[in-house]
Ligand binder design. Structure first.
Ligand code: SAM
Length: 274
């Protein structure tokens, strides 16, 4: 059996009781590393805290292992129970859906144990699920590449009066050649997009496209470290949010569409008070 278990948004203690029971029943436990290094402090003592609480050795699965050597993990689940832990919810990232599809094609039994995920940002910021359009991902600009394929989606959401949840890029750097030559894969810390970078990129794209989908006065909600004790949720115009220090990652952003009076009351709680 392959268990795919969500760990939630906080730390190792956010696993559900059902998830913990499954982990403890498994022979092998993997944790997906490349979107979780930060929140679980896997780079510091997070892994040992996890192993202590769960009572199992936990193998960190990097991007290459998950995307290219998934068959190895899956073949272990043919005659023993294997747990694959995912920060957030198993279906909060497409890679894990791909793992489920591959497992089912191999005829493996798969059990998914859900948990809180970034999808909770949808309601946590005071807006209602029914009023959202398509979610978008904003990639980092480079010196030579200014990706903007998500712009028409925001434009469409705005025309329909719908809110847009913007997920922000996590750039995982490949292990250095030197570390590979030494036989050790040393990953540099990932780069996480902040709300400030996202807004600046959005404004640059709007200026280039001239589509009037939004502007510096457009109301947004910035959400940082959702589900953690120090989470921040702040509502304000794009311009106002550029003056807020949202602190460490992870961040995401909601571009607000037309609002219902109840949504307005909720947003008022999160608004910048002058
Ligand atoms: C692919 S998504 C989802 C990852 C995870 N599997 C989940 O289910 O939540 C990753 C992006 O979601 C956003 N995100 C994830 N966790 C967050 C949090 N706790 N607070 C704010 N944004 C978060 C960030 O923009 C991040 O780059």
């Amino acid at each position: 059996m392959l268990y795919i278990i969500g760990l939630g948004l906080g730390d190792e203690r956010d696993i559900t009781v059902r998830g913990l029971d499954a982990v403890r029943s498994c022979h092998k436990v993997y944790v997906e590393a490349y979107t979780s290094l930060l929140s679980f402090g896997l780079a510091s003592d997070g892994l040992s805290r996890m192993e202590k609480l769960y009572g199992r050795d936990v193998v960190v699965a990097d991007r290459e292992m998950v995307e290219e050597r998934a068959d190895e993990i899956l073949s272990e689940a043919v005659d023993s129970d294997v747990a694959f832990l995912v920060v957030g919810d198993p279906f909060g990232a497409t890679t894990h859906t791909d793992l489920v599809v591959r497992a089912k094609k191999m005829g493996l039994k798969v059990k998914v144990i859900h948990n809180a995920s970034v999808m909770n940002a949808i309601g946590a910021c005071g807006l209602q699920l029914y009023h959202y359009g398509e979610t978008i991902s904003i990639p980092f600009f480079t010196d030579t590449w200014r990706p903007d394929s998500f712009y028409p989606k925001i434009q469409k959401n705005r025309q329909l009066g719908l809110h847009t949840l913007c997920l922000l890029d996590i750039r995982v750097k490949e292990p250095s050649l030197e570390s590979l030559c030494r036989g050790r894969k040393c990953y540099e810390p990932p780069k996480y997009m902040s709300i400030h970078i996202a807004i600046n990129q959005l404004l640059e794209i709007e200026e280039t496209n001239g589509g009037s989908a939004y502007n510096a006065e457009t109301k947004c909600v910035g959400i940082a470290r959702l589900g953690n004790d120090d989470q921040m949720i702040v509502a304000g115009s794009m311009k106002e949010l550029l003056d807020i220090d949202f602190g460490p990652p992870l961040h995401c952003l909601v571009i607000v569409g037309e609002t219902h009076p109840v949504e307005e009351e909720m947003l008022e709680f999160y608004s910048i008070k002058s």
